[in-house]
Design a protein. Structure first.
Length: 401
């Protein structure tokens, strides 16, 4: 790693237009970097946050501008060159260049914040039915127009995106059917007990939530929607289909450049990739985590912010470490939740729930047994509608009982 770069010369280049990119740029200027700074964003919008796409913006409660990290005036005032609708086609770590529009752009140091893209469902893609993968502001804008009374929305996948879309659609007056292969929604993240709470929440709000089902066929329906054939022989017709079956990190540039890639771009705890002067942050970064003791790739809002700050500090020659525990939140109907931690590949042995589940005010703690003494380590914890609890919850994660 080289030292701080001079104000003159080649710019710091940020590849990506999400929250990690926007936060890094902000932090660079806040920390006194006055040199050239270029942001290359594939989307046509200025860098923006993604949570509103399945929450406030999708529900019509907030304008699109609220999702922006900054408006255009901020970038002009802070002398940040933002090229939107610009796709980087290659990176040359040895030559310290990125290729844009067929031309090489030199960088002194660079940050890859290319994010992730939706995992595709070939059955849906090949059917040519009305379909949304919710990832971009344009996706959310198009989907929002579909959420209205008299419309039937099908959601494939009972993860965070699927359930948040289901909640937004129900609150907009649409009928909703959710199709989930697992026995409960969010099973892999929360386990069966807490997953059941979310299932009951949605069913109580009129969602036709079908678990333990798989899709056999998808074809165009007679009315122009999608006709979905399930493996149990049932069929469902919807006006519009939303697929939310996870995302995959966008690593094509990194792979072609010879960087180490394993479930994302591998970095150390300081977000340094395997190439000098090249960093990665946000959804695309699989970073060594000094607290959890393993590489972690987290697709959440808070990690994008934390990574953006750490990357900026280290682009300027600092020694910051990305050691914040994974954190995320969700809002569905009148349920608000904050979650801290990560059970990881080792998982958990049991979950402890305290409080009033029926009133949607409770806490959950995930524990894993360690050692011959049978002690338990808190690997994750969350609260639902217990808004004074987050600091206490965070302090328990990683402790032994």
């Amino acid at each position: 790693m080289t030292g701080p770069i001079a104000d003159e010369g080649a710019p710091i280049v940020v590849v990506g237009g999400g929250l990690a990119a926007g936060t890094a740029v902000t932090t660079l200027r806040e920390q006194g970097y006055a040199g050239p700074l270029v942001v290359l964003a594939a989307e046509r919008e200025l860098p923006y946050e993604r949570p509103p796409l399945s929450k406030g913006y999708l529900m019509g409660k907030a304008p699109a501008e609220k999702a922006l990290v900054h408006d255009a005036a901020w970038y002009a005032e802070h002398d940040v060159e933002v090229r939107t609708g610009t796709r980087v086609t290659a990176i040359d770590p040895a030559g310290h260049t990125v290729t844009v529009d067929g031309r090489a752009l030199s960088y002194a140091k660079a940050l890859l914040a290319t994010g992730a893209e939706p995992r595709r469902l070939a059955l849906a893609d090949d059917a040519g039915v009305p379909l949304t993968y919710l990832r971009t502001l344009a996706d959310a804008t198009a989907l929002k127009d579909q959420l209205r009374p008299g419309r039937r929305i099908g959601v494939v996948g009972g993860g965070w995106i699927g359930l948040e879309v289901a909640a937004a659609a129900r609150e907009a007056g649409s009928e909703v059917v959710v199709l989930e292969m697992a026995a409960q929604p969010l099973l892999g993240v929360l386990g069966e007990e807490v997953g059941r709470i979310f299932a009951d929440l949605h069913r109580g709000r009129g969602v036709d939530l079908r678990t333990g089902v798989s899709i056999g066929t998808i074809r165009a329906g007679a009315s122009g929607g999608a006709l979905i054939g399930l493996s149990d022989g049932a069929s469902i017709e919807v006006d519009h289909l939303v697929v939310g079956v996870g995302v995959v990190p966008v690593t094509d540039l990194a792979e072609a450049a010879g960087l180490v890639v394993d479930n994302g771009i591998r970095t150390d705890a300081r977000l340094r990739t395997s190439a000098p002067d090249l960093y990665a942050a946000g959804d695309v970064a699989n970073a060594d985590h000094p607290v959890l003791g393993r590489p972690v790739r987290t697709e959440h809002w808070d990690t994008a912010i934390q990574h953006g700050r750490v990357a900026a500090a280290n682009l300027l020659g600092g020694d910051a470490v990305a050691d914040a525990l994974p954190y995320f939140f969700t809002d569905q109907y009148d349920l608000g939740m904050e979650y801290v931690g990560s059970p990881g590949p080792a998982g958990f042995d049991r979950v402890e729930i305290t409080g009033d589940v029926a009133a949607l005010r409770f806490r959950a703690t995930w524990l894993r047994r360690e050692g011959s003494e049978g002690r338990e380590r808190v690997v994750a914890a969350m609260h639902v509608n217990d808004w004074d609890a987050i600091d206490e919850i965070r302090s328990t994660v990683g402790t032994l009982r």
